[in-house]
Ligand binder design. Structure first.
Ligand SMILES: [Ca+2]
Length: 89
């Protein structure tokens, strides 16, 4: 699995097991720092990669989102299942 970010801040995910890449619009992400991959592994133990990505829209905000492979629908590689929003001082 691989991922790239384009100028419009679209996360594109590739997988050997899926014919088409999956795209996520990250909206107004990511001022100054860009999206950050926090963790990658197989959290749900289905043999496919899961990851935690921070795609915050502001430098003083953290918004990690968990993407899991097991709830992915047909044609998807992963599905976002949880997000938490932190604001700095
Ligand atoms: Ca997995």
């Amino acid at each position: 699995m691989g991922a790239i970010y384009d100028r419009n801040t679209v996360l594109t995910i590739f997988s050997r097991s899926e014919q088409k890449p999956q795209k996520f619009d990250l909206g107004g992400c990511c001022d100054m720092i860009g999206p950050s991959l926090i963790w990658a592994g197989d959290l749900d133990r289905d043999g496919k990669l899961d990851f935690l990505l921070d795609a915050t829209t502001h430098y003083n905000v953290s918004e990690p989102t968990l993407f899991l492979s097991s709830p992915a629908q047909a044609g998807e590689i992963v599905r976002p299942v949880a997000t938490i929003h932190f604001v700095g001082c």
